[in-house]
Design a protein around this ligand. Structure first.
Ligand code: ADP
Length: 801
């Protein structure tokens, strides 16, 4: 046999990793686990357990506890009891603990890797070389944030007790992404791992206890979705962090509405993998392997839609079909395999059902000639070509080793196809032309864009979605904010019922509305401001604006749902504002400030006549508003992104991007200042805004129309609808084109906005019925607002030949 023949016929023998370390650990626990609460294992209150299996051979590994609300309450209590002391330890002491955890993870790397491969069914090669090293990296990185907390986040403090719910696809890594920043910031945690993969979280809890992590700082309650729901509903939590399906994310959004909880959601995806005709096709083929066959495609950011420029599609597909043939699928503990097992029979049937549907819908299906092993839950790598963009398999997340291929002709078409999904988690762009890549990346609706690479993760870079892929970031500086809150929040108080600014009083403007509303006066009643034009409200009705002393000062248009829709549409179309340069936006905002300043006496008189404040106070409100405009203008080209030092040969550009449409519902008090303080930074960051001004005293906002008109504000950048606050807010919260929403009003209104925003999972920011001091820069200006007005996109750009 010639050497050439040997190479061609060469096959791999099995190279199984020994499982004894993991078996020993399981045996030590009698293959039966309780919850880990207050530093030790405890029996479940209900005594119920369920089995967890090895997907590679369908054998039971252990019995774990099914948690109920009693177990959850116990864990939350333990976390609550531990929180104060943990926070008071200070950043340096917490850093030492996190550092020790990282070291201990490294020391037990083999046990963790084997146990993870057993419980999840993913290849040991991945758990050994990727999951576990990244877990250690996360704890090291966040030990650093703990150390630097006081100096890097002086205006922030811990949130409190964090409820964290994670999925089964990266059990340990998702734990690390959530637990490391939470603990670094001084929070304590109750974690619920997924029902299919609870074991490594329990092992991790034990390891953390071994390094002396104080009891109650980290608790684990196991169980299925019911346990997760009980944790979300538990009293005494301050934050929910969830990674999982969009459907469950939506139910958590509703369940947490109005409870004053911080929430971050990392949900599903249908991420595009875009290949341009000048791409290195062989690298792109290997990229696809990593994008969709890594972890059996059970990756929320899997590149599951292959978008190929038409001229190279046939070549790429042919190479891909050939490459599929040489992939090795088999026992997860075999070091030579590429693809392991699917997590559970229910997931396997879902994949089978969707693939069958893809075939029925007329797409062409390719699978390798070899068949997948039968003694566990396996599914072969699958490629669909000739897929229509509207097909179920092109739209629905399959969460398996199945990729659908479509073609495009021009870069614009590629962007359109890429964004043709409800999701927006990640995207991958393949081209040798860096200009093209960096032109496309900002146009993709995705929280992460990988240029000529895919599925890259690091603790220093934020990860998270746009649109129905959720909100919030995990990793890096941006991820730390999910576990911190501004210090001033602790001092905010609820509106007093007698307060003139009490949002409940806003309801008064509708009381007796039937008698008070009148057909819109011909000349003197202001109008709505939509698309840069003054517009009569759809209903043609106005409502009386009554001063603090009870005098009817004028009328305001009574906007309705049609007006809100028109305003949103104008904002959607107003792309010129977002495309303008930061310098250009700054110029416009300075101009607005200048024009407001020129008309200060008129605005002061209006403030006085409405709110009844003194001449001095009115002057102060106007001049502070001018100052806020200056401040926003100043920030327009200074609240910039960063370049994260991820340890690959690449630069990771963290860019602050605006939302397409940001809705802002303003409070009643300080009717000019609050409006300007909220709207100006949102505009500065390039958002197109739909604003509902003070319902009680909207005339200051309507007086601004002329200021906008004379300040070169392009049409659609700012749109204003006056009327009954919560009625308009509800339409905005439900509107699918509104991507983010701020609401400052009553507690009930805040709850409504959070609940109603679940449809398209808006990023919301509400005041929970608490009043803020609009003259305090910490509360009403600066980076916290700018952060709320943007979302971070991380673009990974490799270098080197
Ligand atoms: P996946 O599609 O990744 O399985 P799920 O959203 O079903 O995603 O599960 C992710 C995590 O959410 C798991 O830990 C699961 O037990 C938990 N979970 C499922 N349903 C609920 C629920 N209604 N409330 C809270 N957690 C839930």
């Amino acid at each position: 046999m010639s050497i050439k023949e040997i190479f061609e016929t060469l096959d791999y023998g099995p190279a199984p990793e020994a499982t004894d370390v993991a078996s020993d650990w399981l045996e030590r626990h009698g293959r039966r686990f309780g919850h880990f609460i207050g530093g030790r294992f405890v029996k479940p209150a209900g005594g119920e357990t369920f089995a967890t299996y090895h997907p590679g051979d369908a054998r039971e590994l252990a019995q774990v506890a099914q948690g109920d609300e009693r177990d959850v309450a116990k864990a939350v209590k333990a976390a609550r009891a531990a929180q104060g002391a943990w926070q008071e330890l200070g950043g340096h002491e917490r850093a030492r603990y996190l550092y020790a955890v990282a070291r201990h993870v490294q020391k037990h790397a083999r046990l963790l890797a084997v146990l993870e491969a057993l419980d999840n069914g993913k290849p040991i090669r991945e758990t050994r070389d990727l999951d576990v090293p990244l877990v250690a990296r996360h704890f090291y990185h966040h030990a650093g944030w703990a150390q630097l907390l006081e100096s890097e986040f002086p205006a922030y403090t811990a949130v409190g007790v964090c409820a964290q719910i994670i999925p089964w696809n990266f059990p340990l890594l998702m734990l690390a992404w959530k637990v490391a920043p939470a603990l670094a910031a001084g929070n304590t945690v109750v974690l619920k791992p997924a029902e299919f993969t609870p074991l490594t979280a329990l092992l991790f809890a034990e390891l953390a206890a071994e390094v002396g992590l104080p009891a109650g700082v980290f608790n684990v309650v196991t169980g299925d979705g019911r346990t997760g729901a009980a944790l979300v509903d538990a009293e005494g939590i301050d934050k929910v962090a969830f990674t999982g399906s969009t459907e469950v994310g939506r139910s958590i959004r509703k369940a947490t509405a109005g409870r004053g909880l911080k929430l971050s959601l990392e949900l599903g995806g249908k991420s595009p993998f875009i290949v341009f005709d000048d791409a290195d096709i062989d690298s792109a083929v290997e990229g696809v392997v990593d994008a969709i066959w890594f972890n059996q495609g059970q990756v929320c950011c899997a590149g599951s839609r292959l978008l190929v420029q038409e001229s190279v599609a046939a070549r790429l597909e042919a190479k891909l079909i050939a490459r599929m043939e040489s992939l090795r699928e088999g026992p997860p503990l075999d070091k030579g395999i590429d693809i392991g097992a699917i997590i559970a029979p229910v997931q396997l049937s879902k994949i089978e059902r969707l693939v069958a549907q893809g075939r029925e819908e007329g797409a062409r299906c390719y699978q390798p000639s070899w068949s997948a092993p039968k003694d566990g839950w396996y599914y072969p790598p699958t490629l669909f070509t000739d897929v229509s963009p509207a097909a179920t398999i092109a739209q629905e997340e399959i969460f398996g080793p199945v990729i659908v291929s479509m073609t495009f002709r021009t870069p614009a078409e590629a962007v359109e196809l890429a964004n043709d999904t409800r999701y927006g988690l990640a995207a991958s762009v393949w081209t040798e032309n860096v200009n093209l890549a960096l032109d496309i990346a900002p146009r993709l609706k995705a929280g992460v864009v990988w240029v000529n690479c895919t599925n890259q993760f690091d603790a220093a870079a934020g990860f998270g979605g746009y649109r129905e892929s959720g909100f919030g970031r995990e990793g890096g500086r941006e991820g730390m904010f999910e576990y911190l809150k501004p210090r001033y929040e602790g001092g905010l108080t609820r509106y007093a019922a007698t307060d003139l600014a009490d949002p409940a009083a806003a309801a008064d403007i509708t009381a007796g509305l039937d008698e008070a509303t009148a057909p819109l006066g011909i000349d003197r009643t202001p109008k709505l401001y939509i698309g840069g034009k003054q517009k009569r409200p759809d209903g043609n009705y106005a409502y009386p604006v009554v001063s603090a002393t009870g005098v009817r000062v004028g009328d305001a248009p009574l906007g309705n749902r049609k007006d809100v829709r028109d305003a949103v549409e104008a904002a959607v179309k107003g792309t010129a504002w977002t495309k303008a340069t930061a310098h250009g936006r700054a110029q416009v905002l300075y101009y607005v400030a200048e024009n407001l300043s020129a008309r200060a006496p008129e605005f002061e008189a209006r403030v006085r006549s409405l709110t009844g404040v003194t001449r001095r106070a009115a002057a102060r409100e106007v001049s502070k508003s001018v100052e806020r405009l200056f401040s926003a203008a100043a920030y327009a080209d200074k609240y910039d992104g960063s370049v994260h030092p991820t340890p690959m040969r690449n630069v990771t550009l963290a860019m602050n991007e605006p939302f397409d449409v940001l809705a802002i519902v303003c409070p009643d008090e300080a009717p000019l200042l609050a409006f300007v303080s909220l709207v100006a930074p949102a505009l500065a960051m390039g958002n197109r805004v739909v604003a509902v001004p003070s319902a009680r005293w909207p005339l200051l906002a309507t007086d601004l129309y002329q200021v906008f008109d004379t300040s070169d504000v392009p049409g659609g950048a700012i749109n204003i609808v006056t009327g009954v606050r919560d009625e308009l807010a509800q339409v905005l919260a439900r509107h699918d084109a509104v991507e983010a929403m701020w609401y400052l009003g009553s507690a009930a209104g805040s709850a409504m906005v959070e609940r109603e925003s679940a449809g398209n999972l808006k990023a919301t920011w509400v005041n929970s019925g608490k009043q803020r001091d609009w003259y305090d820069d910490a509360q009403a200006s600066g980076p916290e607002l700018l952060r709320r007005a943007t979302r971070v996109k991380n673009v990974w750009v490799p270098y080197g030949e």
